[in-house]
Design a binder for this molecule. Structure first.
Ligand code: C5P
Length: 310
C-alpha cells in the first residue's frame, strides 16, 4: 500500500488482486475449503483517507466511482463493513481509545473476486497501526487479518505475488519478475463467495500449483497464460449466466489466456502488452460490457517503492 501524511490526515491505497491459479483441494470440517492459489496484486486500487477525531467513534463514508451501467453497489450496513471491523478489532486487541473517520473511495467493484473489501481491511490495519502507534508487527497484523477474511493476510503481506494455501491465509512469497498486462471486466451482476464455494467440486487430483514457482521467476507470457486455472469457474458459470457470456466474449477477444478471478464475477485475460490490454478493454466496452479496464500485476519493485514512500 501507499501511505502518506497530508494536511488533514493520512492517505493510503488498497490494491485489488487476481487469482492466476486457484485449485480447491478439499472441503474442510469447519465449512471452509483447502486451497492452493496464486494471488497477484494489480494496479487497480481503492483510496482511503484517515482523519483523527476528538471522540472514540469509528465512522466510515464511502464514495463510488463506477459507471452507472455497473448498477448501484450495495454498501450494506457500515457496521458490517470490513474496514470498520478491522478498525474495531485493532482497537480491541490494543486497548486504544481513539476514534477515526475513514473516507473510502471505491474503484474496485464488490462481489467481483478482486479482493477489494479484503484489501481495504488490510490497509486499514496497516494504516491505523501506524497512525495510532499500536506497535503490532506485520505477523500480528496478519493474525488479526485472518480473523477478518481468508484473503486479508495476503494484502497485509508486502509481497506483490504469493502462493497461498490453507483457506488462503498461509502466504509464501512468489516474486514475479515481469508484470503481466491484463484486461479485466465485470458483468452487471456479482456473485456470493459462499455460494460459489458451496457449489464447487474439489479437485484433489487437479493441476498442481508447483509450476507457478518457475513461471513467476522465469516464465513467458504464453506459459503464464497456459497455466491459468480456477476450480471456481464452473460453479460461477452455473450460478451466473453473465459469467458464461463473459467467457465466450473473452474467447473471441484474441487474448493469450483468460479466466474468472477468485469466486467472480470479474473475469480477466492475459494480454501481449499494455497497448493490447487497452485495446481489449475498449473492445469490451464497445460491445456493451458495463466495466472493463486495462491493469498490470504489481512487481516486487513496485511494492518496495510503495513501502519506502510509506
Ligand atoms: O474467508 P471469507 O470470509 O472471505 O470467506 C467467505 C466465505 O467463502 C466463507 O464463509 C466460506 O463459505 C467460503 N470460503 C470457503 N473456503 C475458503 C474461503 C472461503 O469455503 N478457503
Amino acid at each position: 500500500m501507499l501511505f502518506r501524511r497530508t494536511s488533514t490526515g493520512w492517505l493510503a491505497t488498497a490494491p485489488a488482486k487476481v487469482n492466476l491459479f486457484l485449485r480447491v483441494i478439499a472441503r474442510r470440517p469447519d465449512g471452509f475449503h483447502e486451497l492452493e492459489t496464486v494471488m497477484a496484486k494489480i494496479s487497480l486500487v481503492d483510496q482511503l483517507r484517515f482523519e483523527c477525531r476528538d471522540d472514540d467513534a469509528v465512522a466510515l463514508a464511502v464514495q463510488q466511482s463506477f459507471p452507472r451501467s455497473l448498477g448501484a453497489m450495495d454498501l450494506g450496513n457500515p457496521d458490517d463493513n470490513l474496514v470498520v471491523k478491522a478498525a474495531r478489532l485493532l482497537r480491541q486487541v490494543t486497548a486504544v481509545r481513539q476514534g477515526i473517520t475513514i473516507i473510502l473511495r471505491k474503484n474496485v467493484p464488490a462481489a467481483a473476486g478482486l479482493g477489494g473489501g479484503s484489501s481495504d481491511a488490510a490497509t486499514t490495519l496497516l494504516a491505523l497501526n501506524a497512525i495510532w502507534e499500536t506497535g503490532q508487527s506485520r505477523r500480528q497484523l496478519s493474525q488479526l487479518a485472518a480473523q477478518l477474511g481468508s484473503d486479508v493476510p495476503f494484502f497485509v503481506a508486502k509481497d506483490a505475488c504469493a502462493l497461498c494455501t490453507g483457506r488462503g491465509e498461509k502466504i509464501e512469497p512468489l516474486p514475479m519478475r515481469t508484470p503481466l498486462h491484463l484486461v479485466l471486466a465485470k458483468p452487471k451482476t456479482g456473485l456470493s463467495t459462499a455460494a460459489v464455494f458451496r457449489n464447487c467440486t474439489p479437485e484433489p487430483d487437479g493441476p498442481s500449483v508447483e509450476k507457478w514457482r518457475e513461471i513467476a521467476g522465469h516464465g513467458t507470457i504464453q506459459e503464464a497464460a497456459q497455466s491459468l486455472h480456477n476450480s471456481l469457474q464452473t460453479p460461477a458459470e452455473m450460478l451466473n449466466v453473465e459469467v458464461a457470456e463473459m467467457k465466450d466474449r473473452f474467447a473471441r477477444l484474441g487474448v493469450c489466456g483468460h479466466q474468472l478471478t477468485g469466486s467472480g464475477s470479474a473475469y480477466f485475460g492475459v494480454c501481449r502488452h499494455e497497448r493490447h490490454a487497452r485495446r481489449c478493454a475498449e473492445t469490451l466496452l464497445q460491445q456493451g460490457v458495463p466495466w472493463a479496464v486495462a491493469v498490470t500485476t504489481q512487481t516486487e519493485l513496485h511494492c518496495k517503492e510503495a513501502i519506502q514512500r510509506a
